[in-house]
Design a protein around this ligand. Structure first.
Ligand code: NAD
Length: 314
């Protein structure tokens, strides 16, 4: 029996936005059998149809996932999770914050529509600027904060672990290190707790401060570099979305760095930012309070004040 099907007979994920990210997330969910039904929703119905057709043609090889499509938010009805990837993406040379006006206006219209059709779903925000839009999705849906969150720094963390694993010559899955804060330029690495097999990075033979700084710089600039070279990023975020969907639908209690509403996390208040969270069928079950050092706490509060300033300016 496939793990995703253990806890529910059927599970539906609606993905709004069938562009690079939405369609790749659908592909990852289908391959990993993370859900039994996928609905692709896009204002460009033909694009959603084309993607749905292409995905359906793969069922011969993976089987048993229903794929629907349309341009109607009514397709969110009965979804366990609504993943939002709709909106403007950044072009080469743009920052995630350059699309703030258009995407926040889109969320103002779209999120109440989702809530109208489905009061019980979990909303997973992937569109940028991620932390601002997660906050707006929470506000416009009026859902509890456990059910509205963003993919946050799960992707930044995965890039970071890949680069650290490459440097220390271990699998990225054996690197325990986080990027937290904004999914964007004010993110920060949590060096104080970063470890491999319980050994702090600074105690490893190959540790070199300059190399570590370079690795963080490369992590931070990864999206800009990929976008400059191929126009968009979608494989890693597609799998990250599938990982989050599995954590929810298979009730895994998995710890992931996600953007979630912070009441007070080391002094960061009334803002959505990424911290390690326990994720299960209820959504965010718990935020884990990492023992940050004083520099990291300051960096988190700086991220918070940037995001709060942006929300205020809207
Ligand atoms: P894209 O342009 O390929 O896709 C966006 C899709 O949204 C388009 O197909 C468009 O027709 C659709 N859309 C626009 N308005 C809509 C509406 N009102 N209803 C339904 N669909 C609508 O862009 P992309 O590369 O897939 O990126 C999507 C978003 O994801 C961007 O904001 C991008 O910055 C973000 N992104 C986030 C991460 C992350 O880690 N969180 C990673 C990569 C991209």
């Amino acid at each position: 029996m496939v793990t995703a099907m253990k806890h529910k007979k059927s599970s539906k994920v609606a993905i709004i936005g069938a562009g690079f990210v939405g369609s790749t997330a659908a592909y990852a969910i289908l391959i990993e059998k993370a859900a039994s039904e996928i609905a692709l929703i896009d204002i460009n119905k033909e694009k959603a149809e084309g993607e749905a057709m292409d995905l359906r043609h793969s069922l011969q090889f993976k089987g048993n996932v229903r794929v629907n499509f349309g341009d109607d938010y009514g397709l969110c009805k009965d979804a366990d999770i609504v993943v939002i990837t709709a909106g403007k993406h950044t072009k080469p040379g743009q920052s995630r914050l350059d699309v703030i006006k258009e995407n926040s206006a889109l969320f103002k219209k779209m999120v109440p529509q989702i809530a109208k059709h489905n009061k019980n779903c979990i909303i997973l925000v992937v569109s940028n600027p991620l932390d601002v839009l997660t906050y707006l999705a929470l506000k416009y849906s009026k859902f509890p904060k456990s059910r509205v969150f963003g993919s946050g720094t799960i992707l930044d963390t995965s890039r970071f672990r890949y680069l650290l694993g490459d440097y220390f010559e271990v699998s990225p899955t054996s690197v325990h290190a986080y990027i937290l804060g904004e999914h964007g330029d004010s993110s920060f690495p949590v060096w104080s707790t970063a470890n491999i097999a319980g050994i702090k990075l600074k105690d490893l033979k190959k540790f070199n401060k300059k190399a570590m700084d370079e690795i963080y710089k490369e992590t931070k600039n990864a999206a800009y570099e990929v976008i400059a070279k191929k126009g968009a990023t979608y494989y890693a975020i597609g799998l990250a979305v599938s990982r989050i969907v599995s954590a929810i639908l298979s009730d895994q209690n998995r710890v992931l760095a996600l953007s979630t509403y912070l009441d007070d996390y080391h002094g960061a208040r009334d803002v959505c930012l990424s911290v390690p969270c326990v994720v299960n069928r209820s959504g965010i079950k718990e935020q884990l309070k990492l023992p940050l050092n004083s520099l990291e706490k300051k960096q988190l509060r700086e991220s918070a004040s940037i995001i709060k300033g942006l929300i205020k300016g809207l």
